[in-house]
Design a protein around this ligand. Structure first.
Ligand code: URA
Length: 210
């Protein structure tokens, strides 16, 4: 009997469905590949790859951060340090918890001294980022900070210009807001972020999924 064709090839660009014929998940296959990735120079200085985590089947929200910091690099998990505490506070403001959302980053390895990821690093990791978003199919994407906002909106505009409106990524509503680390340095700006989160909650309501 001819071998059954996989529903989805496990080659990187095609993560459009979650279950492969052999029972593994597309995202699991992608994570396995990412854990040994050497596509950019960030692999030379990482302790752990920090792949996305959370609800993988149509979460209401997928958050996209910039890149792992020290705590994330040590633990191999996104947003587990101070910035993660801030993000959880924002989630709580719309009565949601970490296990109800998906959380990932524009790059999966920590940039040295937490510098902004460079173009070649963003480009190398974009297959993983796009693959994760296509596989989990969030109702809404929230870009945290300028790096994620610019990468997903394909814009060079500042975060102050990109936030406060609905954008789109592959037909999925996209909202940009400030990065939790920015709020740790500028507490006054948190009020604006909390308003952004109210808008996000309203959008989820209009999509009849809140
Ligand atoms: N900042 C990010 O952008 N991502 C993390 O995972 C943690 C801090």
């Amino acid at each position: 009997m001819p071998k059954k064709k996989p529903l989805v090839s496990s080659s990187l660009p095609l993560f459009s469905s979650n279950i492969l014929n052999d029972g593994t998940t597309a995202i699991g296959a992608m994570k396995d590949r990412c854990l040994t990735c050497t596509l950019c120079k960030l692999h030379e200085t990482r302790t752990n790859v920090v792949f996305g985590e959370g609800l993988m089947c149509e979460p209401k929200i997928a958050f996209v951060g910039e890149g792992p910091g020290r705590n994330e690099d040590e633990q191999g998990r996104p947003f587990v340090g101070d910035a993660g505490d801030v993000l959880m506070r924002w989630l709580a403001s719309i009565r949601m918890t970490r296990d109800q959302v998906y959380i990932c980053n524009t790059v999966n390895c920590r940039p040295p001294k937490n510098r902004t990821p460079e173009e070649d690093e963003l480009e190398a990791c974009s297959t993983y980022l796009h693959g994760q978003l296509l596989a989990v199919k969030p109702k809404v994407i929230v870009a945290l900070g300028a790096t994620a906002a610019k990468a997903l909106a394909r814009s060079s505009k500042a975060i102050g210009e990109l936030r406060g409106q609905w954008l789109q990524w592959n037909d999925i509503p996209l909202r940009a807001t400030y990065h939790p680390a920015y709020i740790l340095r500028n507490a006054a700006a948190e009020e604006v972020v909390l308003k952004d989160f109210e808008r996000i909650a309203l959008k989820l309501e209009t999509l009849c999924i809140a």
